[in-house]
Write a protein of this length. Sequence first.
Length: 69
Amino acid sequence: MRVWERDGYEVVEKEFDRDLHEFEIIKDGEVVATITPPDLDNMAEIVSQLDAGEDVNGWEDGNGNTIRV
């Protein structure tokens, strides 16, 4: 599993449902949000955006909530 470092927080990839992974947003040692993609295509898009240096502020967590770090 991978970890993406951002200014003030990190995004940690976690096993979720077989090949589908979720992404925990951790700030000051606490999980402040979890992104749960609906499918493998969406998960690949999230990984691609994180690899490109995207910030998760304003993203949807998969449950209809907007992430604010």
